[in-house]
Design a protein around this ligand. Structure first.
Ligand SMILES: Nc1ncnc2c1ncn2[C@@H]1O[C@H](COP(=O)(O)OP(=O)(O)OP(=O)(O)O)[C@@H](O)[C@H]1O
Ligand SMILES: [Mg+2]
Length: 274
């Protein structure tokens, strides 16, 4: 099992869009995947076509269910033609009140998600985190093997990523297995403006060893989420194939040690706003 948390305490940078893009790539390549939606906003849940979940990740967080993550998950409502449809441990409306309740546990509640992963056997688990460094994100950091920091190329993004990395490093020191590893930084919504190039260069300069392929600004990415469709299922929509190829490349790199896949059919793409 490979588990990856998609993180940044800054809101609106593209954590959920990247989660869904990677889920779409995994579906296309036939990988059984579980998406854990840890964000009370529930955008990953609805992006996967699940609008009225009966249960969700809150059940394992509040009930301390060892190994229970699979039992609170349901199959996403993406079209069956889109490959191996992922499962989702959904966000439910009451997730927003869960965090302050967890904070009152005198023994600490940072490992509830981790407990629920015990003996679960998904080839791939992707955890979409909320835009904060509260107990929900901390639970993700205590549960996963890898983190992917998503950022936009904007003012303060270098500082925001630094804060996120500091938090990950702190968690590493408290875990006996010294995880989670930082898989890298994915710059998302990279457009053609001078401002984007400037901030992207700043990020590359500050974190040269963490660089991953960029995800460019494309309306197809927003459309896929809004229509609760995988990006690979958008057909001939302008920019969809290019965006899908970027997520394919990102997933291949994240999994490179676990599942080696031929990249030979991937093409070079321009970095235009489409
Ligand atoms: N590559 C992209 N191209 C175009 N639009 C994008 C791209 N990535 C994200 N967006 C849009 O930007 C907005 C924010 O993205 P998203 O919801 O994925 O961010 P987030 O980090 O998950 O936000 P939050 O912190 O609130 O959970 C959404 O409207 C989304 O459709
Ligand atoms: Mg989100």
């Amino acid at each position: 099992m490979v588990s990856i948390a998609i993180v940044n305490q800054k809101g609106g940078v593209g954590k959920t869009s990247v989660t869904l893009g990677l889920a779409s790539s995994a579906a296309r390549r036939g990988l059984e995947t579980l998406i854990v939606d840890l964000d009370p906003q529930g955008n990953a849940t609805t992006g996967l076509g699940v609008f009225e979940p009966l249960k969700g990740v809150i059940n394992v967080l509040e009930e301390e269910t060892v190994g229970g993550i699979s039992e609170v998950s349901e199959k996403a409502k993406w079209p069956s033609s889109c490959g191996q449809i992922p499962y989702v441990a959904a966000s439910t409306p009451n997730l927003s009140v869960c965090e302050p309740r967890l904070a009152t546990d005198p023994l600490g509640a940072q490992n509830r998600l981790s407990l629920s992963f015990e003996s679960a056997n998904w080839p791939l688990v992707i955890v979409d985190c909320p835009p904060s460094l509260g107990l929900l994100t901390i639970n993700a950091l205590f549960a996963v093997d890898l983190t992917l920091v998503v950022t936009e190329p904007g003012a303060w993004s270098v500082d925001g990523v630094a804060r996120m990395i500091q938090t990950i490093e702190k968690v590493k020191t408290r875990r006996v297995d010294s995880k989670p590893e930082i898989a890298g930084i994915a710059v998302n919504r990279l457009g053609r403006t001078r401002d984007d190039s400037y901030w992207n260069a700043k990020l590359e300069e500050a974190y040269s060893s963490y660089q991953l392929p960029k995800v460019h600004l494309r309306t197809a990415v927003a459309e896929a989420s809004a229509q609760s469709l995988p990006i690979h299922g958008l057909g001939n929509r302008s920019g969809a194939a290019e965006a899908a190829a970027e997520f394919d490349q990102l997933l291949t790199l994240l999994l490179e040690d676990e599942y080696s896949e031929s990249n030979s059919d991937e093409e070079e793409h321009s970095d235009g706003y489409l």
